[in-house]
Design a protein around this ligand. Sequence first.
Ligand code: ZN
Length: 465
Amino acid sequence: MATLQSYGAAEVVTGSCHLLQLQNGINILVDCGMFQGEVEERNHNPFGFDPADVDFLLITHGHLDHVGRIPKLVKEGFKGTIITHRSTMDLAEVIMLDSAHLMKEGYKTRYRKAQRRGEEEKVRKPLYTENDVRTVYHCPMIFASYDEPIDLGHGIFVNFKNAGHILDSAIIQVIFEEDGAKKTVVFSGDLGNDDDLVMPSPDIIEEADVLFIESTYGDRNHKGVKESDLELQHVIQKTFMNNGNVLIPSFAIERTQEILCMLKQMYNRGELPVCQIFLDSPMAIRATDIYKRYHEELSECCNEFLERDGTIFDFPYLYYTSRVQDSMKINDEDSHCIIIAGAGMCNGGRILQHFKHRLWNEKNALVFVGYQVQGTLGRKIVDGAKKINVYGEEVIVKAEVHTINGFSAHADQNGLIEWMSKFTKLDKIFLIHGERDKQEIFQKEIERRLHKKAHIVKHGEKIGI
Ligand code: ZN
C-alpha cells in the first residue's frame, strides 16, 4: 500500500513537506517548505528521509513555507526532477535568495558577537547560501500547465489545478495504479478564496480517493473583500484626519498585489484621499514584476486594469522604493503616507525601521493584513504587546493596531467546507497545514456538515493510503 509521511506542516502552518511513497518504489515529495516562527529551529533537523531517495519534487506554490528548504534538499543529495509552474520557480528564486540573504546577515551578526566571547565555533552556519539556491536551478525540471496531466512513467500521472491562492498556485492530483486499481490522491496546497481581487477562484475537483487538505483557517470565517475594502478605507481616512500615516506589514507575494489592487480600485472610485503610497520592499517589488509578467494567469479584474490603463498595479499615488536611500527618505514624510513593507510577520525587513519611526506615535495606524504565526513579532503586537524591541531598542506601541482578515489568501472554514462538498467520491480526508486547536474545530465541522471523518496528521506518522 502507498504511504504518506508528513515532514512539515503537521499540526503547524509552516514547513510543508509530505513524502508519498508508492508501492513500486517511486518516492514523490510534495513541497519542501521552511518552518517559521516558534518552530523555525526544526529547519536544522534532518529531513527524516534521505533526499537522495526522492524521485520527484512537486511544488504547489512559491511561498517560503512551501519552497524554503529546497536548497537544503538539493545540498543533501536530491537528484530527482522538480515539477511545478515556471512562474513558481521565478517566485521561489526571489523568496529563497531573500531567505539565504537574511540567514547570512543573521549569521554575520551572531558570529561577531560570539567572537567577543571567544565562542565563534559555537555559531551555527546558515541553512544554505545564495549559491545553494542557484544550484537548485540546475536540477531537471518539468514545467506544469493547469489541466495538462504529466506522465511520470510507471503508470503515474500528476495534474495541476488552479488553487487560487497566489500566482499559479496549484492543487495537485497524483494518479497511480495499485493492485490493478486506479487511485487518486489530491493535495489541496494552500486554497484561495472565491472573491480574491488578484486570483481567479480555486478549481472544483470532484473525484479523489484521498485528500490532504490545508486547515489554516479551519476554525473561522473571514469577512469578505468588500468589507475589508471599507475597513481599510475607514482606517486610512481616520488616520489622515489625524495627520498620521498607515503602516501595512505585507507578504511580498500575493498580499501586496491584493492591497495594491484594492488601493487602485479606491483611487479609481475617487475614494482614496490624496496621499503617497510607498511599496517599500525590494522583494515585493520583484514579486509584483513577476505577477505583471504572468498577467494572463491573474483575475479578470487585473486584466481589465491592464486593458484599460496599460498597467495592472500602477496608479499616480504609488511609488516603488527599491533603493535604500529612497526608503530612508520616507522617514522625512510627516503625514498622509501609506507604507507597505516586509516582512509580513515583522520578523525582519524594512517594516522594523518604520516601526522605530512611527509605532510610538498615536497618530499613526498599523494594519495587519495577514496571518501572524506564533512566535513572530507581528503575533506579539496582535496579541496586545505594549512595548516591542526593535534592533535592541525599546519602542512603545501607541499607534492604533488593526487586523483586517478579509485579505487572507487562504480560504476560510466555509470556503474549505464548500470546496470539499463538491467531491462526489472521497474516501479518506487528512488535515495538514494548520495549528492543532484550529484543526480540531475544523475536524468537528467536517463531521457535522459533510458527515465524514477527518484525521489530523502528526509529524512523521506513517499513513497508509
Ligand atoms: Zn501559501
